[in-house]
Design a protein around this ligand. Structure first.
Ligand code: MRU
Length: 343
């Protein structure tokens, strides 16, 4: 199957946000269009579009959509409408810093407009520029990261940090794709990533499209495969990187500890937009998700309906376990000086 479009795009004809509905993968490849903000927010909340860099694009396109739909005829009224939209978009998923970054980037650009039409034009063009840049950034990051991989390596990854988590190419999987493009043979072990199975459903599907060898394991098997010597490196993406921790899909912390114990390098691949230079781990809100994600798999009940559930979407891995962070500005090693990353 050929993936005919980017993960998320602006559709100029219908003036809507077009995306691959990731909740349906791998059984069905369906493209949906969100022609109002409520639909887009629902798509973000329910993970039809997901992954930190893809959420940045969703945030940017959300402002473009709000600008299109607003009937405001003065700059003041339109900017007020956009501010409401910005707050609504940012509240959909609190942990992935890229969502707010994408929203703010387009909001910043429209503040330079001279009239109402200018605001609308700038919102769309800036959001499209952000999406184009995401692809280039991931390619660059991939080129840097490929140097960390050796021919014949087996890389364990968690969740999906591939093209479906970005506009295209991917961060952690982008590094693997770039290494494969360089002629290296890379095998991947994908952790299924309970409860929503982004690893089992999306990472495996993506890699199989590219004929990159991948083995699926359950999350609880990562210690076993490391102990058995089946893993050379771990590479994950990130939803937010503070001075002291990397936030990524829940389960990442466990793999990091296990990698440390087995002397396997644990790498993080993320664009600079994922760095949060203002916060520390303790200040970051971790998104809590619906209890039914653990009580059901699809429509099948797998736990008592009234069981109490704890379902954080992300965890924090302290920096001491991170051997390198791969960005579009290069590879950074401890001690991570976040100001250096930015330059
Ligand atoms: O809840 P999700 O599916 O949006 O979580 C995604 C992840 O945790 C990814 O690993 C992260 O966003 C990095 S994607 C390049």
């Amino acid at each position: 199957m050929v993936i005919a479009m980017r993960t998320i795009e602006w559709d100029q004809d219908s003036r809507s946000v077009k995306m691959i509905d990731q909740t349906l993968l791998p059984q069905e490849y369906r493209v949906i269009k969100c022609n109002n903000l409520a639909l887009l927010c629902e798509a973000i909340r329910s993970l039809r579009v997901r992954g930190a860099p893809a959420l940045a694009a969703a945030g940017g396109f959300g402002i473009a959509l709000a600008a299109e739909l607003s009937s405001a005829n003065t700059m003041e009224k339109l900017l007020k409408d956009l501010q409401i939209a910005a707050n609504t978009l940012k509240a959909t998923r609190p942990t992935a810093v890229n969502l707010g970054w994408g929203v703010e980037r387009v909001m910043g650009a429209v503040s330079h407009a001279y009239d109402v039409a200018g605001i609308r034009d700038i919102a769309t063009s800036e959001a499209m520029r952000l999406a184009d840049e995401d692809v280039l950034i991931n390619k660059k990051l991939g080129e840097y990261g490929a140097s960390l991989l050796d021919d014949g390596d087996t890389v364990l990854t968690h969740c999906n940090a591939g093209r479906m988590a970005c506009v295209d190419w991917g961060t952690a999987l982008g590094v693997i794709r770039s290494a494969v493009e360089d002629g290296k043979e890379i095998n991947v072990i994908a952790c299924e990533t309970r409860p929503l199975n982004q690893g089992g459903r999306i990472t495996t599907w993506e890699l199989m499209q590219d004929n990159i060898p991948v083995k699926l394991i359950s999350d609880s098997m990562s210690g076993h495969v490391m102990y058995k010597g089946m893993v050379d490196k771990v590479i994950v993406g990130a939803d937010r990187i503070t001075e002291d921790a990397v936030f990524n899909k829940v389960g990442t912390y466990t793999h990091a500890i296990l990698a440390e114990e087995h002397k396997i390098p644990f790498y993080v691949a993320a664009p600079v937009s994922t760095f949060d230079f203002k916060n520390w781990e303790e200040n970051v809100e971790i998104e809590q998700r619906d209890a039914d994600e653990l009580r059901f798999v699809g429509d099948v009940q797998i736990a008592p309906l009234d069981v109490e559930v704890y379902n954080p979407a992300f965890d924090a891995t302290p920096m001491e376990f991170v051997k390198a962070i791969i960005t579009e500005n290069g590879i950074f090693r401890p001690p991570f000086l976040l100001d250096e990353v930015r330059t």
